[in-house]
Each structure stands twice: as C-alpha cells, then as structure tokens.
Design a protein around this ligand. Structure first.
Ligand code: ADP
Ligand code: MG
Length: 312
C-alpha cells in the first residue's frame, strides 16, 4: 500500500468492483445512474475534534454550519442539486445542551440557504472527542455531473472566487492575531464557507465546461487530482490567482505569503473547473492557467512548488 491518505484510498479502491455506469471512489461524490434520466450523487465526510477543529477555537454555531457546508460543497463540485443530508454525531458527555442547540442552528441556517433538509442520521455517546459525520444526497440530469477526469489539453483552468481567505482565517485564529476588520472577515470565511451550489449547477449546464471539483485542500493539491484523473498536466500563473483585498491587507501587515495561502491553505470551497477557450461561462470566475497534454504541474511566477494540505 502506498503511504498517506491518498495511498490508502487507492488501496481501498482496488478492493471493490464497481458496476458499469457507476462512479465510485475518486471524485467529490459517487454517481449512481437512476432510471428516470437523473443520477444520484452521494458524498460523506467526517470532522473529528482535535483533527479538523478544536472546541476552544470554533464556536458551536460555526461548527454546525461548517459540517453541513463542506459536504454540500462536494455536491456543488459535481454540479448537483443537494436534496437531503444525514448527520451522525458521537457526543462526549462534557457537551451541554446549549452547545447542541447552537450547533444545530448553524447546521440549519446553511441547510436552509442550500434548500436542503436534514433527513436522518445517528446519535451516540463518545468516550472522549466529538465526531461529526455528514452524508449528502444530491441529483443531477444524467450525464451532466462534472468529473475530475474530464480535463482536456488546451482547457482553461478557472476558479469561481478568491483563494487563501480561509487559510489566512485559520492562521488568524491559531496565531490569535484578530485586531482589524479584515482579520475578522477572514476568520468568518474560515468558519462559515458558502458552498457554490448555484454556480456548480450553472457550470454543469454549460457545454465546454469539462472537469470540476470543489477546493477543499488548496489547488496545490486539488488541481493535481484533476490532472491525475484526466491524465494531463497544467500550468498555473500564480500572478493571476484571485486574492481578496482582505487577504492582501492582512498578509502585508503580518508578513504572510498570500500565494502560499491561496495554493496550500485549503478550505476555500470555491469551485475549480476547466473549460474550452471561448466557453460562455455563466458565473463569475478567474482564469488561472491552462491544461497541458504532458503530465506535471508548473507554477509560473513562483519560486517554489506548492503541494496543498494533506491529512497524514
Ligand atoms: P473530498 O475532499 O472531496 O471530500 P476526499 O479527499 O475526502 O474527497 O476523498 C477522495 C475520494 O476518496 C472520495 O471519492 C471519497 O469517497 C473516497 N474515500 C475517502 N476515504 C474513503 C474510505 N475510507 N473508503 C472509501 N472511500 C473513501
Ligand atoms: Mg471535494
């Protein structure tokens, strides 16, 4: 088995034969064709106290919001419409009712905004840490969902919004340096990401949009998934990365590198997609590079390589 998170997932992937027409491990969601001209999308993600969040660093409302948002984002990453979520929680005895009420308020607010109700789940005790697992079901017209594997040489590489805000927001939280309004805005971006569901659905209806995924680990890592699954390479001009005014201001003040945060910070939950040049892209976006036939990821205007966030 190859080392690391992705080596383990590849090993698991090799254990099962998946029926023709079904997309299993390897994309933002599994895709299961239905008989009515639709396909069902399924995604699941776990958040573990101590690994994904620290209770002293995140308020319960934001934790509830984020637990739903990061999963809804995987449906957005394929261009689907989320139809329902399932929430399982393992609760340590130390959590009080007000924590849970606030957690569910956050979970409900982003669910309402996404038009996606909670349909089930599981509740159990945890000896020690809080664990949260969310599963989301979505749907899409058959053949419309956008895969990581569909990038073609000559495609433009695009993102739907600013990169690095969430990574910088996490640094603001961990370094305890929230003094100015820009820092508060970045912290909010980290705590309460907004999944790009409408944008994803519009992109999935646009001919010429090829590969798509959501940005959870930073494009230093996420773009590599598109390249690996598509058997292509890419060049990215780091000077063209969309950076918010808040990110620029905070990085200038604190001496942080905005490009490193944009490429490796992760958790921006914008969409990363490729499209043919000349495509009438129906959502606000920035072109950051181009897909190449030869494998390899080239950063233009950068002094070093960027790898994105890895869990282990
Ligand atoms: P994302 O960041 O988009 O949620 P992940 O990096 O978590 O994606 O997962 C990548 C792919 O690997 C997905 O298709 C996911 O379903 C699959 N995967 C991850 N962990 C496991 C596991 N333990 N068993 C089966 N599939 C897994
Ligand atoms: Mg994803």
């Amino acid at each position: 088995m190859e080392k690391g998170e992705f080596g383990l997932i590849e090993w698991i992937r090799g254990q099962f034969r998946v029926p023709d027409g079904v997309l299993g491990i390897g994309d933002d969601c599994a895709v299961i064709p239905q008989h009515d001209g639709q396909e069902t999308l399924v995604t699941t993600d776990m958040l573990v106290e101590g690994t994904h969040f620290l209770l002293e660093d995140i308020d319960p409302y934001s934790l509830g919001w984020k637990s739903a948002a990061v999963n809804l984002s995987d449906i957005a990453g394929m261009g689907g419409k989320p139809v329902g979520t399932f929430l399982s929680v393992a609760l340590p005895k130390t959590l009080d009712d007000s924590f849970l009420e606030d957690f569910f308020r956050g979970y409900k607010d982003i669910s309402d905004r996404a038009g996606c109700p909670l349909l089930g789940g599981d509740t159990t005790a945890s000896p020690d840490r809080l664990c949260i697992n969310v599963t989301v079901l979505g749907n899409c017209a058959a053949g419309r969902s956008r895969k990581r594997s569909a990038a073609k040489p000559g495609d433009l590489v695009c993102v739907t919004g600013p990169l690095g805000d969430s990574g910088a927001g996490l640094k603001v939280i961990l370094d305890k340096v929230e003094r100015f309004e820009e820092e508060t805005i970045l912290r909010e971006r980290h705590y309460r990401p907004v999944p790009r569901i409408d944008e994803g659905m519009k992109l999935a209806e646009t001919p010429g949009v090829n590969a798509m995924m959501d940005i959870s680990d930073g494009i230093g890592s996420d773009l590599r998934h598109i390249l690996e699954e598509s058997g292509t390479g890419a060049r990215v001009d780091v000077r063209s990365l969309p950076l918010s005014a808040e990110l620029r201001a905070v990085c200038a003040r604190r001496g942080w590198d905005p490009v490193a945060l944009a490429l490796e910070g992760g958790e921006d939950y914008e969409l990363l997609f490729t499209c043919r040049p000349g495509t009438a892209v129906p959502v606000s976006h920035t072109v950051i590079g181009e897909i190449l036939a030869a494998p390899g990821l080239h950063w233009e205007g950068a002094e070093r390589d960027f790898i994105g966030f890895h869990h282990f």
